[in-house]
Design a protein around this ligand. Structure first.
Ligand code: IVH
Length: 675
């Protein structure tokens, strides 16, 4: 064995280099090009090898090694840094007429010469400047005021699609682009927040901006930010390339370049392209708010020059947001699993960008106060990211004379308990651990498909069970008799018997499902699986010291403290004992002992689009239970694509690759062995 201080022999250096290159290549294929060639398992094995090698020869570790994406210590603050070339902004246009005027200005500026344009998507994220020296990333900075921004290098390094070391160039330059968050990622974060009892984050752009400013890169890494680059700024006298050649070069170097750019011979082609994307934008898994039209030729750009604010050779064409008006009938308050109060707008149903909307979260009371919404108002709605409806404003002309401002609740609307404002946030919480609204949310979650999967235990039943005092803890569910259940509203003897059977069946769920169902803060489906795999029995987990927990891969200090805290609370220990007495299983068992047929053994699935019956998570779980693999990107290795409504690029890609496409119903039939 080599000493840690020894210089690595040449053959070790070579294998280290080969490993780094292989990992860089697979990272690029996976994150920048969405065409992975190896499984996650094989990838992890390569990383494991590299880590082992670097542990043995620390001299091999360099900042651009793939092992160094997530740095160690949180920062105290961000340094301000100067951009080598200022990051200018761009002027906006809002309709075809204004875009034609831009074209006329450009042609006048070029003494009548006709420019070629390149049209790109206008990504709605956060602008970033990335500095590479000798082909290696040395700095990432936000736009700031255009001349000086924040040094967020440690944070951008965690973006997997960002190359730490370039392919085929050792150049020194700055690359400009947009950091953004995919809708699927925000949805995932919001599901986790919901499980943790935190209100959802409103939109991907603000979440991206907030994430880039986090001081702990490890938290940033969890947020799965993404990147597209669209410009290269030379720092030497290298002659600038035509824009389309720059985009191609950036792609060659291994940068993620949004593929949806087009070279257009004239302004008519530009307008057609903009029109097309105004409709197609709904298919994208990320937000865009228009198109950017750029003059292709560097010589033309030079002649056009810039004003103090913006270059004259580029313009943004902003898409109109789709807006609907409706009546605000009421503002209700939802109490989440851990007590956070969220105001909700209840509206007269209205059609907006393809779906009927009648409820919209108002996020928090500060936001509501800022918008000064009042019951009886006519409000304007818009969709954030084409998915989540948001109330933008009330229409002043239509405000009824007697509309009263919304009064902040003085007590929890469910239990009358004391309210508390988060010291470092905008959320108001009910502090009563016994609050029935919170308890109902937790119970529903306990019974949900990703947890104990108690078929038939929906919100209507849970409401009654809690209101009638039949259930005071999750364990009480298991004492319910068919007679008690048959007496509930909308229940007959048959459904009562079914529910008792479903309760009985749920006792056999593996530990991971139980852990998920307990609603431990920060422990959702995935972390529950991680903990169950590590500890196998609840007793082992309950006995684990916090230091040990925090060492478990993917767990970390915050989750570890939360788990420890949960099991150190007497009430929770009693709950576990009561569940045990009822015969609820408390271990995970070997990975394959679920008794399920391994129907999907060796098959890889991708799920996309809006599903009607099941959540995407539920389908993923189902696939895994049957021995299959759930992936997020379509490649030659995908066996099936399960496509819901509005399936976009993944569907197109699957069709191109000849991957079998299933509807949700067809998938269900396949999973049940019916087809
Ligand atoms: S080019 C000098 N291209 O939009 C030209 N910008 O409103 C620099 N943006 O600050 C910008 N997508 O953050 C360019 N394909 C794209 C873009 C894009 C999004 C952002 C960028 C810029 C802002 C201007």
């Amino acid at each position: 064995m080599g000493e840690t201080s020894t210089q690595p022999p040449e053959d070790v250096r070579r294998s280290h280099e080969a490993l780094c290159e292989a990992i860089e290549r697979h990272t690029r294929l996976y994150y920048a090009e969405a065409t992975p060639e190896i499984s996650d398992f094989e990838f992890d094995a390569l990383m494991g090898e590299l880590e082992a090698l670097e542990a043995q020869y620390p001299a091999l570790v360099s900042p651009e090694s793939p092992t160094q994406r997530v740095g160690g210590q949180p920062l105290v603050g961000f340094e301000t840094v100067e951009h080598a070339v200022p990051m200018l902004s761009i002027d906006n246009t809002y309709n075809a007429g204004e875009l034609r005027e831009f074209d006329e200005r450009v042609r006048r500026g070029l003494d009548g010469e006709a420019p070629v344009y390149v049209v790109e998507l206008k990504l709605d994220g956060v602008a970033i400047s990335l500095r590479y020296e000798n082909g290696v990333l040395v700095r990432g900075a936000t736009r700031g005021d255009g001349s000086r921004g924040d040094d967020v290098t440690a944070n951008v390094r965690t973006i997997r699609s960002l190359p730490l070391r370039l392919k085929g160039t050792t150049g020194t330059f700055e690359v400009r682009g947009e950091v953004y968050m995919r809708h699927a990622v925000l949805e995932h974060i919001n599901r986790q927040r919901e499980q943790a009892g935190d209100p959802p984050l409103a939109n991907p752009r603000n979440t991206t901006a907030g994430t880039l400013k986090l001081l702990d890169p490890r938290q940033v890494a969890e947020r799965r930010l993404d990147l597209y680059v669209y410009d290269l700024v030379a720092l030497d006298d290298a002659p600038p390339l035509p824009h389309s050649a720059t985009l191609k070069a950036l792609t060659e170097y291994g940068f993620p370049v949004n593929p949806n750019w087009k070279r257009c011979a004239n302004i008519d082609e530009v307008l057609t392209c903009c029109d097309e994307w105004n409709t197609k934008r709904a298919e994208l898994d990320y937000e865009m708010d228009g198109m950017v039209v750029k003059v292709e030729s560097p010589e033309h750009r030079r002649r056009l020059g810039a004003t103090s604010k913006a270059p004259r050779w580029v313009i943004a064409f902003k898409f109109p947001a789709q807006v609907a008006r409706t009546k605000l009938n009421a503002i209700t308050i939802q109490v989440g699993k851990s007590g956070a109060l969220t105001p909700v707008a209840e509206m007269a149903p209205v059609l907006l960008a393809g779906t009927t909307v009648k409820r919209a979260s108002l996020y928090n009371f500060e936001d509501l106060a800022r918008k000064d919404l009042r019951v009886g108002d006519t409000v304007e709605l818009q969709k954030a990211g084409e998915i989540i409806p948001q109330v933008i404003r009330f229409v002043p002309e239509e405000r009824p004379a007697d509309a009263k401002p919304f009064a902040l609740p003085e007590a929890c609307p469910s239990c009358g308990g004391l309210l508390h404002k988060d010291p470092d946030g905008v959320f108001i919480r009910c502090l009563n651990a016994a609050c029935p609204a919170q308890f109902k949310e937790r119970l529903e979650y306990f019974a949900s498909r990703g947890a104990m999967d108690i078929d038939g235990m929906g919100p209507a039943i849970v409401d009654q069970l809690v209101d009638l005092g039949l259930v005071r803890s999750a364990a009480d569910l298991y004492s319910l008799t068919p007679e008690q259940l048959a007496n509930l509203d909308r229940m007959g003897e048959k459904s009562a018997a079914n529910l008792v059977a479903a309760l009985e069946a749920s006792k056999e769920r593996p530990l991971s499902r139980l852990l998920n169902g307990l609603g431990i803060r920060h422990v959702g489906n995935h972390i529950a699986e991680v903990l169950a795999a590590r500890y196998n029995t609840i007793d082992a987990l309950m006995a684990a010291p916090v230091e040990e927990l925090s060492e478990v891969f993917e767990v970390g200090d915050i989750v570890a403290a939360s788990v420890r805290d949960f099991f150190d609370t007497a009430e929770n220990r009693e709950l576990i004992q009561a569940l045990r007495r009822h015969g609820v299983r408390m271990d995970e068992g070997p990975a394959d002992s679920t008794g399920q047929p391994r129907l999907f053994e060796g098959k890889t699935f991708v799920v996309t689009g809006t599903l009607r019956k099941h959540s995407r998570d539920a389908i993923h779980q189902w696939i895994k239970q049957l021995g299959g693999r759930a992936s997020t990107s379509v490649s030659g290795k995908t066996d099936y694509l399960v496509a819901g409504e509005k399936a976009g690029s993944k569907l197109a890609k699957a069709q191109k690759l000849g991957v079998q496409v299933l509807t949700e119903d067809e998938f269900e039939a396949l999973a049940k062995g019916e087809s």
